[in-house]
Design a protein around this ligand. Structure first.
Ligand SMILES: [Zn+2]
Length: 189
């Protein structure tokens, strides 16, 4: 990786001014929160844990000229990983592609961010001399992890248990989550 631009402490302004882009791969182990999220959802045997999980990422800086005033500083980011999650239907392991795409506009300070946030649908961040872009990538990936991961087709025939039905109903329909919850408590696994 370019020594001048370290994603752990990136000078976003300089990066954007030069209109640079960088891409790479990083072990999932370095994204502790994301790795824990995958692990925490997981209590079934892991079939293919030997494969090293890699986060592929790409960032691009951009300086957007403004008619009156200073140019806007932008950072575009995309990242993906095949994350091992627990299928909520058969409870087995399922590897799902988790993808994140985001663009951030950087503003001078917190006050500007707050002032502009109301009228802007853009993602605003306060510009700092050095920013940890890996954290940004991790945040975006975490937000992209499906809430209810599932196989498209489960590898084994699993009769849908009352627990699953109650769980899915509570999630999807939400007519009476408390009733569904009571059912969950009642039914043995
Ligand atoms: Zn499944």
């Amino acid at each position: 990786m370019d020594k001048k631009f370290d994603l752990n402490r990136l000078n976003v302004k300089a990066f954007a001014r030069e209109g640079l882009s960088l891409q790479g791969q990083q072990s999932l182990a370095q994204f502790v929160r994301l790795a824990e999220l995958a692990a925490a959802r997981f209590d079934a045997p892991i079939e293919d844990a030997s494969e090293p999980d890699q986060v592929s990422w790409l960032i691009q800086g951009e300086l957007v000229p403004v008619i009156a005033g200073e140019s806007q500083i932008w950072l575009h980011l995309s990242a993906e990983i095949d994350l091992l999650l627990q299928c909520q239907r058969c409870m087995g392991s399922v590897k799902l592609a988790v993808e994140a795409n985001a663009s951030f506009r950087f503003v001078a300070d917190e006050a500007s961010a707050e002032a502009e946030d109301d009228e802007s649908e853009e993602d605003l961040l306060v510009l700092m001399p050095e920013m940890n872009i890996f954290e940004l990538i991790e945040d975006e990936l975490i937000m992209s992890v499906p809430l209810v991961p599932m196989h498209e087709t489960c590898p084994t025939e699993v009769p849908m248990s009352a627990v699953d039905v109650a769980f899915e109903e509570a999630l999807e329909a939400k007519p009476n989550p408390f009733a569904a919850l009571a059912q969950l408590k009642k039914k043995p696994n």
